[in-house]
Design a protein around this ligand. Structure first.
Ligand code: GTP
Length: 219
């Protein structure tokens, strides 16, 4: 689904972070395929590509779905602090957009955004201008709600994030979530420059591959 590099104006890297089970993979799959599917927990890091037109621009979004904090912790234990920092910082490096997801029916996933995830973003994100978005997922389960919309808005303001509530299950606001983020990225000149540099670099690479001799040995 839109996975070829094709021709586009800008290419952006987007990250999805938040506690395990909040619905990161579901949001991603719903956005990519416009359908709801049952998923098993993400092991390691997964990414998907979607091409779309936003604000009259052809965009290629590479959306990364994270390791959960517990898995990251195991990487930390297994690999030692330095390796952990390398893995984590390479994940955050050069992201133009970061989506912080919580589950509106699980208060702990909301408090962890401030206590754990926002701190990790501050520590590892290399992009000062990166656009952050706070997403309250699972609004279809409104009677089980533990986090109000007002609390979500307040946290978003505190951390300078855009805010949206959605449901990966009913698809409510999922498309809008990614499109709003892309629109905000398009408003920032430094992010636009990065996005077009990636496109130019990729098309140069493709040209070089096409020019390479088909047989014989390489130097
Ligand atoms: P990890 O891969 O462990 O990090 O979890 P995740 O954040 O990617 O969550 P995932 O998408 O795997 O969803 C966890 C569970 O919540 C699954 O059973 C989903 O079907 C369910 N779920 C996800 N989004 C929604 C939603 O909007 N509404 C409801 N009711 N359930 C949802």
């Amino acid at each position: 689904m839109g996975s070829s590099s094709g021709s586009c104006d800008y290419s952006f890297k987007i990250l999805l972070i938040g506690d395990s089970g909040v619905g990161k993979s579901s949001l991603l799959v719903t956005f990519i395929s416009n359908s709801v599917q049952h998923l098993s927990p993400t092991i390691g890091v997964d990414f998907k590509i979607k091409q779309l037109i936003v604000g009259g621009k052809r965009l290629k979004l590479t959306i990364w779905d994270t390791v959960t904090s517990s898995l990251a912790y195991h990487v930390y234990i297994a690999a030692g602090q330095e390796r952990f920092r390398t893995v984590t910082s390479s994940y955050y490096r050069a992201a133009q957009g970061i989506i912080l997801v919580y589950d509106v029916t699980r208060r702990e996933s909301f408090t962890n955004l401030a206590d754990v995830w926002a701190k990790e973003v501050e520590l590892y994100s290399t992009n000062q201008d990166c656009i952050k978005m706070l997403v309250g997922n699972k609004v279809d389960r409104d009677i089980e709600r533990e986090v109000t919309r007002e609390e979500g808005i307040a946290l978003a303001q505190e951390h300078k994030c855009i805010f949206i509530e959605c449901s990966a299950k009913t698809q409510q606001n999922v498309q809008q979530c990614f499109e709003e983020l892309a629109l905000k990225i398009l408003e920032v000149p430094s992010l636009l420059e990065e996005g077009s540099t990636v496109v130019k670099r990729n098309s140069l690479k493709q040209k070089q591959v096409h020019k390479a001799p088909s047989g014989g040995c390489c130097s």
